[in-house]
Design a protein around this ligand. Structure first.
Ligand SMILES: *[C@@H]1O[C@H](CO)[C@@H](O)[C@H](O)[C@H]1NC(C)=O
Ligand SMILES: *[C@@H]1O[C@H](CO)[C@@H](O)[C@H](O)[C@H]1NC(C)=O
Ligand SMILES: *[C@@H]1O[C@H](CO)[C@@H](O)[C@H](O)[C@H]1NC(C)=O
Ligand SMILES: *[C@@H]1O[C@H](CO)[C@@H](O)[C@H](O)[C@H]1NC(C)=O
Length: 389
């Protein structure tokens, strides 16, 4: 959330001499097929499918914050620890899909010439385990020496099983290219998916280059129209929206989540609740004059995406709870802070959020819980229509 690295940032900017180094990233273009019958944006990748037992398991790593203080011992050691956590969790959980839900890199500490090489480290455990995955990006992934787009291109270059894409030109606003969706099929031979995973770029942070300026910290309003046209195309190609389930990921929580915190009940909304949501904790709150700017996105998301089981965010490292947001009647869940980098506090620990779809039926609920590095689990809830709070 709030950067505890502002001082490092200003120090670093002092040394930010006029060195212009162009990083060449080799992009792997993903062909997009738009015929009415086949909207599948990944014709050249394996189709994601439910297991033979009818389940689908997702593991979310969030706020990994690689690359802190590369000039010290503790920064690189944090990354060694985070990689250890990833390998342990992946080995135990064996998920069908992994989401990296933003703030992969603490970009205010990284160097122009090699900042994206941190992506190689981050995705290595996923590449080795051959687990399909995709990423959203956070406010710390946009800094003078790194951008969301550079991270996306590097990930696409590194990982054949990365499903991360960029939004069409004109969608996503300044420094917000990482908006896309991923279909999950019941069986590989199906024409239409059982579920659609949606990923949104909530931007924030700083623009690249030495005349860096703050980037808006909300999902751009152009994404609202894109949600409408994408869901309309899906309905045409695949049939009624009610036939599909959905789950959404966005790094910074929508602004509406701030008001939910006051209504939490620790029995019904279990999990750490240690970060009080304030300025900078949710979308469009860094600058009070921008309040409400995430509303077009929030409205379009909830109006057009049917059977939306939950919206899932990171950003606030001290929170792990799920709750129902009353104005849209949609469930929201925080991730679990995974990285040893990024702000933390005694006892918070590090881990992941697991999510298991119990069946490919779009209206069936899903089970979710927090798993810590040492294997401890907590805050288990079933997200379905009976989930009240
Ligand atoms: C790395 O993990 C070890 C073992 O959990 C811990 O003792 C150490 O403090 C961690 N180091 C950093 C820099 O996070
Ligand atoms: C950006 O990278 C340059 C070149 O490596 C480095 O001198 C500078 O300190 C970095 N800037 C920041 C803000 O970290
Ligand atoms: C990037 O370059 C800096 C300065 O040369 C170095 O200290 C740092 O370890 C490098 N980081 C990576 C991820 O290669
Ligand atoms: C919290 O939820 C539990 C379980 O549903 C309920 O018994 C309790 O009364 C609730 N507490 C408050 C303060 O609402």
């Amino acid at each position: 959330m709030m950067s505890s690295f502002k001082s490092i940032f200003s120090l670093a900017s002092l040394c930010y001499a006029a060195i212009t180094i162009v990083i060449t990233v080799k992009a792997t273009p993903v062909a997009v097929s738009r015929d009415a019958g086949d909207l599948n944006p990944y014709p050249n990748k394996p189709r994601l499918t439910f297991r033979p037992d009818g389940t689908f398991k997702l593991t979310v790593f969030s706020d990994l914050h690689y690359g802190e203080n590369p000039w010290d011992d503790w920064g690189p050691q944090q990354d060694v620890n985070s990689t250890r956590l990833m390998r342990t969790v992946l080995g135990d959980e064996k998920p069908d899909y992994v989401v990296l839900n933003g703030d992969l890199i603490t970009g205010e500490n990284t160097f122009r010439e090699n900042s994206t090489s941190l992506i190689d480290e981050i995705v290595a455990p996923l590449v080795e385990a051959k687990i399909p995955f995709s990423s959203t990006h956070g406010n710390h992934d946009n800094e003078p020496n790194i951008t969301h787009l550079e991270e996306i291109r590097r990930e696409q270059r590194d990982a054949p099983l990365s499903y991360t894409r960029t939004a069409p030109p004109g969608i996503g606003g300044e420094e917000g290219p990482g908006t896309y969706w991923v279909p999950v099929y019941n069986k590989v031979s199906d024409n239409s998916p059982a579920f659609v995973l949606w990923f949104f770029d909530s931007r924030g942070g700083w623009s690249p280059g030495k005349n860096s300026t703050p980037v808006p910290d909300w999902v751009d309003s152009t994404v609202a129209g894109w949600i409408e046209t994408e869901t309309a195309a899906m309905n045409t190609a695949w049939g009624p929206a009610e036939d599909r389930g959905a789950l959404a990921f966005v790094h910074i929580p929508p602004h509406a989540i701030q008001a939910v915190q006051a209504t939490l009940n620790s029995t019904e909304n279990p999990g750490l609740n240690a970060d009080e949501l304030g300025s900078g904790s949710s979308q469009a709150t860094e600058d009070p004059s921008t309040l409400g700017n995430d509303q077009p996105f929030w409205d379009a998301l909830n109006a057009n995406i049917v059977n939306l089981h939950a919206v899932i965010s990171g950003h606030d490292h001290g929170n792990e709870w799920c709750a129902r947001e009353p104005t849209k009647d949609v469930i929201f869940c925080f991730d679990k802070h995974s990285g040893y980098g990024g702000y933390s506090s005694a006892g918070w620990g590090h881990g992941v959020r697991n999510i298991v779809f119990s069946s490919p039926k779009p209206s069936d609920g899903l089970e979710t819980w927090i798993r810590l590095e040492d294997g401890e689990t907590r805050a288990r809830v079933v997200l379905n229509s009976q989930y009240k709070r």
